[in-house]
Design a protein around this ligand. Structure first.
Ligand code: BES
Ligand code: MN
Ligand code: ZN
Length: 483
């Protein structure tokens, strides 16, 4: 798909579909800019669409005029942005509507500031995972994607957003793969391939190496599976450092989570193929970071395992010794994400990382608390949380601040080891975060629980079913804004 930026007037743009955004009218807003011009050229088609009630500008609404007079485009399309005006979603909706029936789409818009969101929407909207289908695919016909705006800053914004959104799609491709096609060894193979293509340093710790180091917590989760575990480390170092800090991006990489001996119910278990969404997001973030080159060192750590109930599996009651030396009583083998994360966190700290970010599909409880709209964010450091919040705002990925007071640690007391891996039903996401915090100690840290934002159960006008790639854009913005 070729991407181009055009400064030409809308009537001269040659393409199959020329797309414009239109707001939901609340107090008789008048048309101006590109929609005003298109309305004039078409003899009032847009005003007519509003006046008839056929189009009101609600989010995702689409109206199409074929062979618009006075224009070179084959079709003129209006996309509603709604009252809240999510232009990112509107752009994605248009993409999903037209990618199967047009070879060229151009988005014309007035504000140069919206170039990033429109590009991100268009590129993420083009994502589909149907390579396992032999028929009835949503075939992508698009060859040419254009962005029309006279401002000279638009080209750079489009290029930056293209890289970020393609990296998000790269993550989604991996996250969506089922457990048989993407076990830990395939996750690290794809991660290494990406790192090599992007010129990033890549190191993969295998089971023997992790045994030598003493990563008993991570290795404990892997015991029940025939698939060996890995800890994948990918390093980005800036040519010109603008900061002495060292960011760690740590992502949960459970390629399939059966729950282990504390096995999950059958209903909906297939979704547990997405349980490496945190790790997948970190790989996508590194892919973009390698190309956009922030001034801060960033290292990704992806502990990857399959959680299975094999004959050598971890049992409830087992006691593991983590890399830090702290012992863990495993009261539920389904609380496995935290077990692999804490060894990766200790390792990241020993590698000299000064700031830690982790992302994990960690608890069903976060979905009970926040639903599908926001990911939960937990932190031990106000400044770090602030940085993450502004990155997420820029990225259009919503985070909701959740508590992780020291008091939650009390629910994790164990009669036999230093800590237990579950803390009861009350505040399940908070006690999970408190468990991780016990290893983080005073290092500035944020933890994202993305269990319900990492994938969508249903197809949406703006998105395919499945992996969302949640987090990729936020982590990239965080690194780019770091100084
Ligand atoms: N991977 C799951 C969390 C999850 C649940 C992700 C639903 C997406 C949708 C995690 O490993 C898990 O099983 N968590 C348990 C923790 C419990 C045993 C304390 C949970 O949430 O039930
Ligand atoms: Mn689990
Ligand atoms: Zn899990």
């Amino acid at each position: 798909m070729k991407i181009e930026v055009l400064a030409s007037a809308i009537e001269t743009i040659e393409c199959e579909v020329l797309t414009m955004f239109a707001v939901e009218r609340t107090n008789g807003e008048t048309l101006s800019g590109v929609t005003g011009k298109a309305n004039d050229l078409t003899g009032g088609w847009i005003e007519g669409a509003y006046a008839s009630g056929e189009f009101s500008g609600k989010a995702g609404e689409i109206a199409v005029l074929h062979r618009p007079p006075g224009m070179k485009a084959g079709r003129l399309a209006l996309i509603g942005t709604g009252k809240a005006g999510s232009i990112r979603k509107a752009a994605a909706t248009a993409m999903r509507q037209f990618k199967t029936n047009a070879t060229s789409i151009v988005y014309a818009f007035d504000s140069a500031d919206s170039a990033a969101a429109i590009t991100e929407g268009a590129v993420t909207g083009s994502w589909e995972q149907d390579h396992h289908k032999s028929a009835n695919r949503r075939e992508n016909k698009l060859e040419r994607l254009g962005f029309a705006n006279p401002d000279s800053s638009v080209a750079a914004a489009v290029e930056r957003s293209r890289i970020i959104a393609e990296s998000q799609n790269f993550s989604r491709d991996m996250i969506n793969e089922p457990g048989n096609i993407l076990p830990p060894r395939e996750l690290v193979r794809r991660g290494r391939e990406m790192a090599e293509a992007m010129g990033l340093e890549c190191e993969i710790l295998d089971q023997d190496r992790m045994r030598q180091l003493g990563m008993g917590s991570l290795l404990g989760v892997a015991m029940g599976s025939a698939e060996p575990p890995f800890l994948m480390v990918i390093r980005y170092k800036p040519n010109v450092a603008t900061s002495q800090d060292h960011l760690a991006l740590i992502g949960k990489g459970v390629t399939f989570d059966t729950g282990g001996i504390s096995i999950k119910p059958a209903d909906g278990m297939e979704k547990m193929k997405n349980d490496m969404a945190g790790g997948g997001a970190m790989l996508g973030a590194m892919r973009a970071i390698a190309q956009l080159k922030p001034g801060v060192a960033v290292t990704a750590f992806i502990p990857t395992v399959e959680n299975m109930p094999g004959s050598k599996a971890l049992r409830p009651g087992d006691i593991l010794t983590s890399l830090s030396g702290k012992t863990i009583e495993v009261l539920n083998t389904d609380a496995e994400g935290r077990l692999i994360l804490v060894d990766a966190i200790t390792y990241a700290k020993r590698q000299g990382c000064t700031h830690l970010v982790d992302a994990a599909t960690l608890t069903g409880a976060i979905g009970v608390a926040l639903g599908y709209l926001h990911a939960g964010v937990f932190s031990n450091n106000e400044a770090m949380l602030g940085r993450l919040m502004s990155a997420s705002k820029k990225a259009g990925e919503s985070l909701w601040h959740m508590p992780v007071d020291d008091e939650y640690r009390e629910q994790l007391k164990s009669g036999y080891a230093d800590i237990a891996n579950i803390g009861g039903r009350a505040g399940g996401s908070c006690t999970a975060a408190a468990f991780i915090k016990d290893w983080v100690e005073d290092t500035p840290w944020v933890h994202l629980d993305i269990a319900y934002t990492a994938y969508m159960d249903d197809i949406k006008p703006h998105s395919a079913k499945g992996a969302t790639g949640f987090g990729v854009r936020t982590f990239v913005e965080l690194a780019l804004a770091w100084s």
